[in-house]
Each structure stands twice: as C-alpha cells, then as structure tokens.
Design a protein. Structure first.
Length: 288
C-alpha cells in the first residue's frame, strides 16, 4: 500500500470517532457529545485559552495533541473519569498501536509520540492539554446543572432521583433525599427563619426536564416517580419547594422545581411561602 493510500485509510478510520459517545451532554441537553466533537472543542479551547497558561507553550503542538489523544477511543471506548479504570491503559495502548499503525511509518511515529506525551503529562504542552481535557466536562456539567454527574450518582446508588427515560435517553429527573443529604436548599435562611414544624423525612429539591420534553407532562411523571420511590423505601413526610406562579404563565426554563399546581395535583398541601415566588408544600407518603 502506497503512502497516500495508507493516509486515506487512516482518515476514513477516524470517521468512527463520531460514533463514540461520551457522558457529557451538549449544552442544549439534546444528546451526549461524541469524541470527535470533544477533540474539536479542545483544539479551539487551546487557541483561545493559551494566554492563560502558566508556562510558555507551543500552541500548535497542543492543538495536535488534543486532536490526536482520543483517537484510541475508536477501539478502547470512552472511559468516564469516575468509572473503574481497570485495563484502560492496556486497551488504549493496543488501540494506539493498531490505529496509528495505519499511517506511513514516519507519521505513525509522530502521532504515537504525541499521544505518549499527552499520556505522560510531563511537558508544558501535555500538562496544558490535560488541564483542558479535564476542564471542559466540568464546564459543560456546570451549564447543564450537573446532569451527567447526577445520572452517575443515581445509577450507582449514591444519590436519589426518579429518572424519566425516552428509550435509552434520560429526559427528566426529580431529585430527592433526606435533609441530611440535601441541606442546601434555595432560600434556606428564609426557610429556617419561618419553620415551625419538624424537618421532613425527604425533600424534593430539583425537577429537571429536557427542553424538548417540556410542557408535555414529563415533570409530573418525574414527581410521581419520586413519590413512588419514597413509598417503596418506607414512606414518610415529603416536602417540596415549587414555584408559586399564582396563575401566571412562566417560562419553563426558569423553573427548577416545577409549580405549586403540579404539586397540588400530586397530593401535596401548601404550608407557607419561601423566598420570592416559591413555597413549601408537604405530603405524607404511605409505605408501598
């Protein structure tokens, strides 16, 4: 196989990276990003943020490094940072050998050297590239209300939430837990100053619905799902903090715990206001 044929073979192989999906969601919440998108985003970040590096950099080298470093996921898949790493290094090493081996020998050596340098994180360029690689998922999670982190916690049993799925895609959740698990509620000072009753057994602190599924009854499914899960866990006094819209129509993107009317439809009773345009509502859930 001549040089150009090997290069084209490698380029066509890279198309598979577009089908490797990561845990991080796009900011619009419609789906997870794929590894090709992640690498492209990192390359642009390297250009834009290079001025913030704390040591001199070859920015061109950083760009090449971040475009190359996840190619091995074609064979090895994406390993989430919180997953058990297992044989990750061995799997990715075999992938690097196969995929970079598609190139002519000089380019194979160049690509493998850049990939090894990124993995070692011992040069200024590798350290900066690695920092960007760790920063961007945090940036996405901050702007998607920690969606992928919350999904992981729920799946692993480290947090409580009712997840609503459309096929294999989580489109909504209702977060719940004890006051010890979820102490930092919105308007906490106002809540504590006006509280006369005992703390509840459970709190419903956040109901999130993907924007493409809003105003379709999905929030109610999530809320009822959380109540059902609490019943299965033995029931108890459940408290929620919805927005009291007083009949006014409010954009769903401003609601982090849905509305008073939905809670009333689910059997909750109004107790008192909390902060601006929110309220405290309760229901006693019987054991299932």
């Amino acid at each position: 196989m001549d040089r150009l044929a090997r290069q084209l073979h490698f380029i066509l192989e890279l198309d598979k990276l577009k089908s490797i999906y990561r845990r991080t969601y796009l900011l619009d919440g419609t789906r997870s990003e794929n590894s090709a998108e992640h690498s492209w985003h990192l390359a642009l970040m390297a250009i834009v943020l290079a001025e913030h590096a704390n040591e001199p950099l070859d920015v061109g080298k950083v760009i090449r490094m971040v475009l190359i470093h996840d190619i091995v996921e074609i064979d090895a898949g994406d390993t989430y940072i919180y997953d058990v790493q297992g044989d990750k290094a061995e799997r990715e090493g075999r992938a690097a050998e196969r995929i970079f081996g598609l190139l002519p020998p000089d380019q194979e050596q160049e690509f493998r050297a850049l990939w090894d340098e990124f993995e070692s994180a011992t040069t200024p360029e590798a350290r900066f590239a690695s920092a960007l690689d760790r920063f961007i998922p945090q940036l996405h999670n901050f702007h998607t209300q920690g969606r992928s982190w919350k999904e992981r916690l729920v799946r692993e049993g480290d947090a409580h939430a009712a997840l609503v799925f459309d096929g294999d895609t989580a489109v909504a959740w209702a977060q719940y837990g004890s006051p010890d698990e979820l102490p930092n509620i919105h308007h906490r000072k106002d809540y504590e100053a006006n509280r006369a009753e005992q703390l509840p057994d459970y709190r419903l602190t956040c109901i999130f619905v993907d924007r493409d599924y809003r105003r379709k009854g999905v929030a109610g499914v999530a809320l009822r799902g959380a109540v059902d899960l609490i019943a299965q866990a033995g029931g108890g006094v459940v408290e929620g903090y919805p927005q009291d819209t007083q009949g006014k129509k409010i954009s769903a993107k401003f609601l982090y715990n849905t509305t008073r009317s939905l809670y009333e439809q689910t059997g909750f009773t109004y107790l008192r206001p909390k902060g601006k345009n929110h309220c405290v509502m309760r229901r006693t859930v019987s054991p299932a």
